[in-house]
Design a protein around this ligand. Structure first.
Ligand SMILES: Nc1ncnc2c1ncn2[C@@H]1O[C@H](COP(=O)(O)OP(=O)(O)O)[C@@H](O)[C@H]1O
Ligand SMILES: [Mg+2]
Length: 395
């Protein structure tokens, strides 16, 4: 009798290890970043001989490998220091998760010693603890703050960490700031800029050919042999090259194309699946963005999504309900109160609508026929139920 499991694996023909395409996966090789890896490590290397490295500012568009390269270099630094018994530590902090001077300091202390949780103490207590620990252990720290542009009052953080070096007689603290925003540097005051940007490192976008190589390498780990065509990979690379050379976008595109091929029961991922994946990836990006919006914006979107789902609104010219900004404002106020927030004024509300419109998530139009002069109507450009579930999860 044949094995009862014979043929049951069929649904899993496409992926071998789907995680290899996730943004959190750390690839073993980082092609086309040899120069950046070598520059960054050479600038940090003095720390091994007891000298304080200069502060470093890394910037470049999203998906150009800044996070991957920094993590790789810090992990090699830590491994080397351990092997040689040096009191050197490379620490990685994500500014999006630790978005104030205070939270970054608490995180740094905790990374040095997981038993030291200073959450709730005053900022000067946390800082004293940090300096005392660095001095006591003669630590030489390299602190990387990723997405540093999302940290509030970033100047204070830069200034404080840098000044620490004057207050301690042993050990040192150097800073690596990383930003996806090419204009961030220009927004800093002159003193912070010159402190943080002692060394600058720019990551250029990848071109289509480079993305093709990166995808091919990841595809080997992610897909069953022969389950993705070279054409499909080349197309995903070409799309991502147009999308500002973003490797994250390229990987996401291939991941979604694989999902679609699997859903369709296709034998392999082909160009058509990549084409279909584009729409889904655009949506993924919108929902990702939504979950990082300020609370008030999310509550506003939640109110709008609920109205669309309930088909509430004023009957418009075509008979379909339309949502005027006045109506939305009153529903928004109720929703805000339900979530324990005080509703913003009408003026701010309109400001938020404008912002959300520039993100492309809503459209605001003049109502026209059948409405009073300057009545504005609001339309949602994404799927309301998916939007609602993303926001409800985040609130
Ligand atoms: N040179 C490369 N080789 C392989 N994968 C890469 C390379 N550069 C970036 N990636 C991958 O692309 C994604 C985005 O890279 P990331 O370092 O997060 O970009 P950034 O921090 O600049 O936005 C990650 O999944 C990363 O592993
Ligand atoms: Mg990054």
């Amino acid at each position: 009798m044949a094995n009862v499991f014979e043929g049951m694996e069929e649904g899993f023909r496409i992926f071998k290890n789907r995680d290899a395409l996730s943004p959190h996966y750390i690839p073993s090789e980082l092609p086309f970043r040899e120069r950046e890896i070598s520059l960054l490590s050479r600038k940090i290397a003095p720390v091994l001989s007891g000298r304080k490295p200069e502060n470093i500012f890394i910037y470049g568009k999203t998906g150009t490998g800044k996070t991957a390269v920094t993590k790789k270099v810090l992990s090699d630094l830590n491994e080397y220091a351990r092997k040689k018994g040096l009191p050197v530590m490379g620490l990685y902090v994500n500014g999006r998760l630790h978005d104030s001077e205070y939270k970054v300091l608490v995180k740094v202390v905790k990374l040095i010693d997981p038993n030291m949780d200073m959450m709730g103490y005053s900022i000067s207590a946390v800082n004293d603890k940090l300096l005392e620990t660095v001095e006591g252990k003669e630590l030489r720290l390299v602190v990387a703050v990723d997405e540093i542009d999302t940290v509030k009052r970033v100047s204070d953080l830069v200034y404080r960490l840098n000044r620490s070096n004057d207050e301690i007689s042993r050990g040192s603290i150097s800073l690596i700031g990383i930003s996806n925003d090419p204009t961030f540097k220009d927004k800093l005051d002159a003193r912070t800029r010159s402190t943080l940007c002692e060394v600058e490192l720019v990551f250029p976008p990848y071109d289509a050919e480079q993305l093709r190589v990166i995808l091919t390498q990841r595809a080997k780990e992610a897909f069953v042999e022969g389950a993705v065509t070279e054409d499909a990979i080349a197309l995903a690379a070409a799309y991502a090259a147009k999308h500002s050379g973003d490797a994250r976008y390229a990987l996401l595109l291939l991941l979604r194309a694989g999902d679609i091929a699997e859903e369709e029961g296709a034998e392999r991922v082909e160009r058509i699946h990549v084409e279909k994946a584009r729409k889904r990836v655009e949506e993924d990006i919108v929902y990702d963005m939504v979950s990082t919006l300020p609370e008030q914006h999310r509550v506003l979107l939640l109110a709008l999504a609920n109205m669309v789902l309930k088909k509430s609104g004023i009957s418009g010219f075509s008979g379909e309900p339309v949502i005027t900004s006045g109506l939305l404002y009153s529903v928004y106020r109720k929703t805000a109160e339900e979530y324990g927030l005080s509703p913003v004024s009408d003026r701010w509300f309109r400001e938020y609508l404008n912002e959300l419109q520039t993100y492309g998530i809503i459209s605001v139009k003049v109502a026209g026929k059948g409405f009073r002069g300057n009545t504005r109507i609001v339309e949602l450009n994404v799927d309301p139920s998916k939007l609602r579930s993303v926001i409800e999860k985040s609130l």
